[in-house]
Design a protein around this ligand. Structure first.
Ligand code: ATP
Ligand code: MG
Length: 443
């Protein structure tokens, strides 16, 4: 018999079918055994009657066993109909039950655990509805983001993960032994490559893996993250990439809220609020607001501290009805060396951050496009322009004024569903102590 997906069973009432999937729940009621079976399309209740030839096997089968079930699709009697659940009006009367694979589980799926236990058992816990919801949402964000950028004239390219040098000097890079006696690095950002791609395409984007040896354990940092990066040519200033980013965020939120409203409901969170225009504050304005509204001193006036980010978001939500806020005019020296300085407000830059529900999810800027200025800036920062000759060639051969930004996919997903830790929004997170399993400290 051909397999029928559980999601299609309601069209097969009165027919015999073959279903294949996992056992989510087994309820042994003595004479009869009830199951919830699930496959990629959903779940259905099964019942094994005392007279069924499957009754012996039904007694052996446990949660997460992989099974093939032949049975009859029956309408449930009115009193047993549950309109709240999928297939709540039908039931699969099991006639044959074949075990395709046995299972031994650490705890019942969906049990609330702490994050470490969840991560220790990812091959199992990723099957939970919660995890499936998170990664369904993440996939949808990725699709929507890509479509929006394509619609805005951007071409996607693949950025390399292995690079010859630590591009930005700032973020700690992982070193890789590269053939015999050479050293390479894992990319901390696709920055140089997306700027180079402005040459062929004017507007380019990439979904890139970035690797950062973040030494502190925080709820916002991973050692391996995914960035949605774009870069665009012929801009007047940073407001143009900010507008593209805003459009992309709006398109993404619109698509996922209409396609996956039920996930927001299951997580008990609202669809993000975005007004006509996302509010924009300079760093100074934002910190002045936070100091006044929350009656406290700002420790670092050169950058946003995590607490500043949380509080400005709280203020903006209350006063502007927005879950997003842009922060601009960071000091040039606090940004990457290629950041364009605002001539009328030096030493402030044309860099910006986008905060979402209390957390930075994106950084961007207009970039320096004049190679002489770029080389001078490298020297000021103690970087050797010789080492950047590959990157610099893009500027020597003619580069328009340009800028772009980078959104962390895991942070975006985490804030979308208000997950407290970015690791929950990462299918296989890597951090200082863990690559799948906990790392041993032995050499
Ligand atoms: P932070 O100040 O929070 O450490 P950053 O300013 O160093 O972040 P950027 O270099 O601006 O990060 O990277 C662009 C975006 O990529 C960030 O806004 C964030 O969403 C994401 N990102 C960067 N580093 C990480 C990381 N280690 N883990 C998860 N996401 C990251
Ligand atoms: Mg940043």
């Amino acid at each position: 018999m051909e397999r029928t997906l559980i999601g299609d069973l309601n069209k097969k009432v009165g027919e015999s079918v073959l279903v294949q999937g996992w056992v989510s729940v087994r309820r042994d009621q003595g004479k009869m055994v009830f199951f919830d079976f699930r496959d990629r399309s959903g779940s259905v209740q099964g019942v094994v009657l005392p007279k069924s030839e499957a009754i012996e096997t039904a007694k052996e089968v446990r949660s997460e066993y992989v099974v093939g079930v032949e049975g009859l699709v029956n309408k449930r009697p009115d009193k047993n109909i549950n309109p709240e659940v999928q297939n709540g009006d039908i039931e699969l009367e099991v006639q044959k039950l074949q075990v395709l694979s046995k299972a031994e589980i650490p705890f019942e799926l969906g049990t609330e655990t702490n994050l470490d236990t969840y991560l220790d058992h990812l091959p199992f816990t990723l099957r939970s509805q919660r995890a499936k919801d998170i990664f369904t949402m993440q996939g949808a964000i990725l699709d929507a983001y890509r479509s929006s950028l394509r619609a805005q004239g951007f071409t996607e390219f693949i950025a390399p993960a292995l690079v010859g040098g630590d591009a930005e000097g700032g973020a700690a890079a992982f070193k890789v032994e590269y053939f015999y006696d050479k050293t390479a690095f894992l990319a901390t950002s696709p920055q140089f490559y997306k700027q180079i791609m402005v040459g062929p395409f004017e507007r380019a984007f990439t979904v890139a893996k970035i690797f950062r040896a973040e030494k502190s354990a925080t709820t916002r940092h991973l050692s391996e993250a995914t960035c949605l990066d774009f870069e665009m040519g012929f801009i007047k200033d940073e407001r143009e990439p900010m507008a593209v980013l805003e459009q992309t965020i709006k398109d993404t939120v619109k698509v996922i809220s209409s396609a996956h409203g039920e996930i927001f409901t299951r997580f008990g969170v609202t669809v993000p609020l975005i007004p006509q225009s996302i509010p924009i504050f300079t760093l100074k304005e934002a910190q002045d607001i936070v100091a006044k509204e929350f009656n406290r001193a700002i420790e670092d006036t050169l950058d946003m501290a995590p607490e500043d980010e949380r509080q400005i978001c709280e203020y903006v939500k209350k006063n502007f009805g927005s879950d997003f806020v842009f922060i601009t005019r960071f000091p040039t020296k606090k940004r990457a060396f290629y950041t364009y300085e605002e001539p009328s407000e030096a030493p402030l830059s044309r860099g910006f951050d986008l905060l979402f529900r209390g957390l930075e999810i994106n950084s961007g800027a207009q970039r320096i496009h004049d190679p002489e200025v770029l080389i001078a800036r490298m020297r000021e920062r103690g970087l050797d322009p010789e080492k950047f000759s590959f990157y610099l060639e893009a500027f020597k051969v003619g580069m328009p004024p340009h800028g772009g930004s980078s959104t962390g996919l895991e942070r975006f997903t985490a804030r979308m569903l208000e997950l407290p830790n970015v690791k929950e929004a990462t299918s296989f997170p890597r951090d200082i102590n863990r690559i799948d399993t906990l790392l041993s400290t032995d050499k």
